[in-house]
Design a protein around this ligand. Structure first.
Ligand code: ADE
Length: 233
């Protein structure tokens, strides 16, 4: 079973997250575990300090190495070929997180997601204790917590049994290298906008074709980079 451990100075952010929605249901059903660990538990000074000023000067603070390395080693053991856990630092400098990476990570036994705060993390933490740095997009968050939630959710969807219908990952955006098209539900007309006739036709071949076309159109205009491998797949 997949165990996700998060290291953060804001463990309370994960309380509602881990009991809500698809992820909450999966945890309740025993398909995966998610625990948030307070980094300050791994400090030794009276003020429970997790950051310090940067060598070389500059703005902001840097996360100190001692509490982070101790927290990671307490949860995952020392870095090396013996270690079973995969330790990931959430960082805007990381490699881009993708659906493909989520699918691979779902096969791990234990993921340790380390959330940075402040300007960054002492480089020695990365060298001594982290296996992979990962970014969820080209923007800067104030901390890695939202990124850790994004990774946890995306990974959990690939854990067998988490989604009721095994098809639902297959047709979704990025699982088929193109964006999903539009969806409609009742009422058939809302504020003067009608549901496209074809979706009400009952003609499943026509519906499938319409959906493929809309998906392709949307992908061409919003994400042409996804289509470089041949559009008629
Ligand atoms: N921490 C701050 N910004 C981030 C990002 N874009 N991805 C992952 N972790 C982050």
């Amino acid at each position: 079973m997949l165990r996700i451990e998060v290291i953060t100075i804001f463990p309370e952010l994960f309380e509602a997250f881990r009991t809500t929605g698809v992820l909450g249901g999966a945890i309740e059903r025993g398909l995966l575990e998610l625990s948030a660990h307070d980094l300050r538990r791994f400090t030794r000074d009276r003020h429970r300090t997790v950051d310090d000023i940067p060598y070389g000067g500059g703005p902001g603070m840097v996360m100190k190495p001692e509490p982070l390395v101790e927290a990671i080693e307490a949860l995952a053991g020392a870095k090396g070929p013996e270690r079973k856990a995969h330790v990931m630092l959430m960082a805007p400098q990381g490699a881009p997180f993708t659906g493909q990476r989520a699918r691979e990570l779902a096969r791990e036994e234990q993921l340790v997601l380390v959330c940075g705060r402040y300007e960054g993390v002492d480089q020695r933490v990365i060298e001594l204790a982290v296996d992979e740095e990962i970014s969820i997009g080209d923007y800067v968050l104030s901390g890695g917590e939202v990124a850790a939630m994004a990774v946890s959710e995306a990974v959990s969807r690939f854990v067998p049994g988490v989604l009721g219908n095994p098809d639902s990952t297959a047709s979704e955006s990025f699982e088929s290298d193109r964006l999903e098209g539009p969806h409609y539900t009742r009422p058939v007309e809302f504020r003067g906008l009608a549901v496209p006739e074809v979706l009400r036709s009952g003609n499943h071949a026509e519906i499938a074709r319409w959906r493929r076309e809309r998906a392709l159109e949307r992908t061409r205009s919003r994400r042409p980079d996804l289509l470089t491998g041949g559009e008629e797949r």
